[in-house]
Write a protein that binds this ligand. Structure first.
Ligand code: IPE
Ligand code: IPE
Ligand code: MG
Ligand code: MG
Ligand code: MG
Length: 295
């Protein structure tokens, strides 16, 4: 294992342990939705967004406990987005993280509610004083995360992805789709550390530039894996995008063109980090990782 793998695993384990305590099981009929929330939030995943939160927070010496709470909240929102993305009305995918999707392990209504529950609970976690002692800082973080998750961010991107117009999108259109659908949550993950650390505008600008390029590279890699990998390796159905006529960089530029674009984006991402010096090495390695990953 490389140092980055080790560090990602440590952060992943810490965020999973925190999610376990933030989402305690309950008895009675209400327990079923909590069980579905736990199934989705505790059941694997690369925990990339938490790692970005923790790595960006480390640049500004934010206490680890605060960074992990922001990381757990953003991961809850990511898990909600996956539950809903897999529903029959959206991508209709039966497999997620190597296990039955939430609506298969439970049922559709429970899966919808589990997504709603995770999205909502995330904001309760962010609003808690344990996330930051200053209310203004918590409010800023809540607003940034809400904006990234909502119709100007992830939800808006999912809408474009499902629309009839998506087949006609050009490069700029696909770039916007990806920036919203996947990029917005990745961007706010990298920015969360700067918000918690009350960083200056130069640092925030650098992290925005880094994460915007990173998010695009990440979604290109997701699309390349969809085209080139297997369901077994991915733990989610491969080959869904071409089957569904999805607008992706791969569809528009071909495998080699998309891969070349991803490499350029990774270089652009890393070029933003100079002002942080060695402290940003894990963010630099993360940029290489997002396009080298096998799942
Ligand atoms: C998958 O995200 C959905 C996209 C936004 C492309 P990840 O590849 O981060 O999924 P997990 O969390 O590792 O399962
Ligand atoms: C979904 O993109 C991104 C989300 C907001 C969940 P995809 O539909 O490509 O994600 P996968 O490939 O199912 O993980
Ligand atoms: Mg989708
Ligand atoms: Mg999908
Ligand atoms: Mg995909």
């Amino acid at each position: 294992l490389t140092e980055l793998d080790e560090a990602m695993r440590r952060t992943g384990d810490a965020v999973t342990a925190l999610l376990d305590t933030l989402l305690p099981a309950v008895a009675g009929p209400r327990g079923r939705v909590i069980e579905a929330m736990r199934y989705s939030a505790l059941g694997g995943g690369k925990r990339l967004r938490p790692f970005l939160v923790v790595s960006s927070a480390a640049l500004f010496d934010v206490p680890q406990a605060q960074a992990l709470r922001a990381a757990a909240a953003i991961e809850m929102i990511h898990c909600y987005s996956l539950i809903h993305d897999d529903l029959p009305a959206m991508d209709d995918a039966d497999l997620r993280r190597g296990r039955p999707s939430a609506h298969k392990a439970f049922d559709e209504a429970t899966a919808i509610l589990a997504g709603d529950g995770l999205l909502t609970e995330a904001f309760a976690v962010l609003a808690d004083p344990a996330t930051h002692e200053k209310a203004e800082v918590r409010c800023e973080l809540i607003a940034a995360v809400a904006h990234a998750a909502g119709a100007a961010g992830m939800v808006g991107g999912q809408m474009i992805d499902l629309s009839d117009e998506r087949a006609a999108l050009d490069l700029d259109g696909i770039t916007e789709l990806q920036a919203l659908k996947t990029g917005a949550l990745i961007r706010v993950s990298a920015l969360a550390g700067a918000i918690l650390g009350e960083a200056d505008d130069a640092a925030r600008g650098a992290l925005k530039g880094y994460s915007e390029a990173l998010g695009l590279a990440f979604q290109i890699a997701d699309d390349l894996l969809d085209a080139e990998s297997t369901t077994e390796a991915l733990g989610k159905p491969a080959g869904q995008d071409s089957g569904a006529d999805k607008a992706t960089f791969v569809a528009l530029m071909g495998i080699e063109g998309a891969r070349a674009r991803a490499h350029v984006l990774v270089r652009e991402a890393k070029a933003q980090l100079d002002l942080f010096g060695d402290k940003a090495d894990s963010l630099r390695e993360t940029a290489d990782y997002v396009i080298a990953r096998r799942h």
